[in-house]
Design a protein around this ligand. Structure first.
Ligand SMILES: Nc1ncnc2c1ncn2[C@@H]1O[C@H](COP(=O)(O)OP(=O)(O)OP(=O)(O)O)[C@@H](O)[C@H]1O
Ligand SMILES: [Mg+2]
Length: 265
């Protein structure tokens, strides 16, 4: 047999001329995405910004394999997306926990599908519960948690599996300012320790500039890529918020987003 030497993948996620139309059984058709092209390198951290309704969640659902690709293409490491997979961890905007499972059992959920010894499952689940600050709530059910706590439990569940790619849809949107800042720092630390390809949707320009190497701004519906801004800041600097370079980037991106937000209204 000839040994095939795979070339290293240049891009982990490639989106090519992707369009998506929702066709509800009742109500009108909505063209949500139009000719979106985007390539994300392995271990790159990309933030996606854009006005409400521009198709950010739709793009994440498509990459995650939760919606069928109808026009255009999405390739993950060269192969067309054929459905969800454990390589892509998701934290969705309205992604619910299993209400009949405790926090611990929710976090263990993804681990149960991996070939891990039971003790290792428990150890990992506990480590991620601690990481997101839910120690003491292991045996609580989702209905007993606040919105922010639920979101943190969902985050722990996704991170525990250690997926190659993280698709995150406003994962910190429901958190209070302090928790959000702590979770940003944690996500950044995790990304540094075990570099993953991250596509991170947010409405928070500061959060995007704080976390991402590249910020992609989408236009008002139908969503297209309006601009891409590279961020070359020292993200390990705890005082990054105070630097003039940070403020400049935030301004630059705000201007792009604001124009689109006005159009969207
Ligand atoms: N299941 C659906 N059926 C019909 N239309 C939909 C459906 N889901 C989304 N849409 C429409 O597609 C467009 C894009 O929606 P999407 O949720 O992707 O936007 P978004 O950028 O994530 O917005 P937000 O910032 O508010 O979360 C919207 O106009 C929305 O009304
Ligand atoms: Mg959304």
């Amino acid at each position: 047999m000839v040994e095939s030497k795979e070339p290293p993948v240049k891009h982990q996620i490639v989106v090519e001329a992707l369009s998506h139309t929702y066709r509800p059984a009742r109500g009108r058709e909505v063209l949500a995405l139009e000719e979106v092209s985007l390539a994300i390198a392995p271990r790159e951290f990309v933030a996606l910004l854009g006005p409400s309704g521009c198709g950010k969640s739709t793009l994440l659902y498509l990459i995650g394999g939760f919606l069928p690709v109808e026009r255009g293409a999405i390739r993950i490491e060269g192969a067309p997306v054929a459905g969800p997979g454990p390589d892509r961890g998701i934290v969705f905007q309205h992604f619910a926990l299993f209400p009949w499972r405790t926090v611990r059992a929710n976090v263990r959920y993804g681990l149960e599908k991996l070939a891990l010894a039971r003790e290792e499952q428990e150890r990992r689940a506990q480590a991620f519960i601690e990481l997101v600050g839910l120690t003491g709530f292991e045996e609580s059910y989702p209905s007993q948690l606040s919105g922010g706590m639920k979101q943190r439990a969902a985050l722990a569940r996704t991170l525990a599996v250690d997926p190659k790619m993280l698709l995150m849809d406003e994962p910190f949107g429901a958190l209070d300012a302090q928790t959000r800042s702590l979770m940003q720092a944690e996500l950044y630390a995790i990304w540094q320790r075990t570099p993953k390809t991250v596509l991170f949707v947010t409405h928070d320009v500061q959060e995007a500039v704080r976390l991402a190497q590249r910020v992609v701004v989408m236009s008002a519906r139908p969503g297209k890529i309006k601009a891409t801004v590279d961020i070359a800041l020292d993200r390990a600097d705890p005082h990054i918020y105070r630097s003039p370079a940070f403020a400049e980037k935030v301004d630059e991106i705000w201007n792009l987003v604001r124009d689109e937000a006005i159009k969207a209204q």
